[in-house]
Ligand binder design. Structure first.
Ligand SMILES: [Zn+2]
Length: 394
């Protein structure tokens, strides 16, 4: 989620809002100023209800910001880099870089958000009680009571043990501490998230038919979001688990076939592509210098009548855009860089020498090998280079 407007920095953290946060404000104002309060507290002018609704919605957004800021500040204090906070339609996001180093840190970072919402709920509740006792205007008391209620709901809902909710992070921290395997813990909390997301969607569908239309729609929206994020997190964790502990040299295909960039596309297709069963070729000049990478996919952009006159290096992915790796770096670090014009391939250089190529099929082969040794922790035994009989050794 990227912000539409950056508001500035709070406690060293960049804070922004996405335009869709106006959706929360609009829904709350409509709900409170046009429905709930005119019914419960009749006798005020329309302007008074509207003002109270806007104040309540604005203070709710501030409460949400406090919740996110708590996550961000505790993360920072525990050595995690915080990118930014963004508020949007379905709530807030505190974007962290990197992962908590220990289950304890994960627990603190996740737990402090709901804790702050709970405290805010109690404070607003106490203020509402005090306002009620002091005979303050009923509409003011209503705003305070509503803020108390919605903050407590925010805390409780987010404590549901389903990723990506805070409760899902707490569940992950607990499983991680219990079994000692961060990746499996992530997979299980993400699965809990998917189940919860589908339940929410089902609940929303029932509400659409027999309950309140708006409430049903909201539940479906949140359910879809939870299912999407949880599914992506599970995939990421499966991949991370399969590749944990592996270095680039364990996954790469060594000594890839190279081609000369001064060859015409037509000749390359005839003499090389049809004969050698690869779909990407690094280009080296006669002195062995790296000049880019050509993929069959890129050659499709050359019209058949132009193939004689077009040289490979004219259609190749330039050297600066080819993801590069070193043999001994962790493969999980390379994964994030494997995009761009090479269709998910990276080249491995040992000093100045081209040592290998990493392709999506190299990665999926490793993931499949890992899948052959399923189980809570046994997978790691199969895929660590020291114990894996199938991992290439050199
Ligand atoms: Zn939170």
């Amino acid at each position: 989620m990227t912000a539409t407007v950056w508001l500035g920095r709070l406690g060293g953290v960049r804070v922004g809002v996405h335009w869709s946060v106006l959706g929360i404000v609009a829904i709350l104002v409509t709900l409170l100023a046009f429905a709930r309060w005119p019914r419960l507290l009749p006798g005020y002018s329309a302007g008074a209800y509207l003002l109270a609704g806007v104040v309540a919605a604005a203070l709710f957004v501030v409460s949400l910001l406090a919740h996110e800021l708590a996550h961000a500040l505790v993360a920072k204090r525990n050595g995690l880099e915080v990118d930014h906070i963004v508020l949007w339609l379905l709530g807030g996001v505190a974007q962290l870089r990197g992962e908590a180093r220990t289950p304890g840190i994960e627990l603190r970072v996740a737990g402090v958000g709901p804790l702050v919402s709970l405290v805010a709920g109690v404070v607003f509740g106490a203020l509402a009680l005090a306002a009620g006792a002091a005979d303050v205007d009923l509409l003011v008391t209503a705003v305070l009571s509503y803020l108390a209620l919605i903050n407590v709901i925010l805390a409780v809902f987010n404590l549901i043990p389903a990723a990506p909710l805070d409760g899902g992070r707490i569940l992950r921290a607990a499983l991680w501490a219990w079994r000692g395997d961060r990746h499996r813990a992530t997979v299980w909390s993400a699965r809990a998230g998917r189940v919860f997301g589908f339940l929410l969607i089902g609940y929303g569908a029932v509400q659409l038919l027999v309950g309140t239309f708006g409430g049903g729609l909201w539940a479906i929206l949140i359910g879809l979001f939870v299912v999407n994020v949880a599914t992506a997190e599970e995939r990421q964790a499966e991949l991370g688990a399969a590749l944990a502990g592996l270095r680039v040299r364990d996954v790469m295909t060594s000594n890839p076939d190279t081609v000369d960039g001064d060859v015409a596309v037509s000749e390359f297709l005839r003499e090389v592509a049809l004969v050698r069963r690869h779909s990407a070729f690094p280009i080296l000049d006669p002195a062995g210098r790296f000049q880019g990478m050509v993929t069959l996919n890129r050659l499709r952009s050359v019209r058949p009548q132009d193939r004689d006159a077009t040289l490979l290096r004219d259609v190749a992915c330039p050297p600066g855009e080819v993801p590069l790796a070193e043999p001994d770096e962790p493969i999980t670090g390379l994964l994030a860089r494997m995009d761009g014009c090479t269709d998910g391939r990276a080249l491995v250089f040992d000093e100045d020498r081209l040592a290998g190529i990493v392709t999506p099929s190299d990665i999926s082969r490793m993931v499949t090998l890992h899948g052959l040794g399923t189980g809570w922790r046994s997978g790691a035994d199969l895929t660590t280079p020291e114990s894996n009989p199938w991992a290439p050794r050199r």
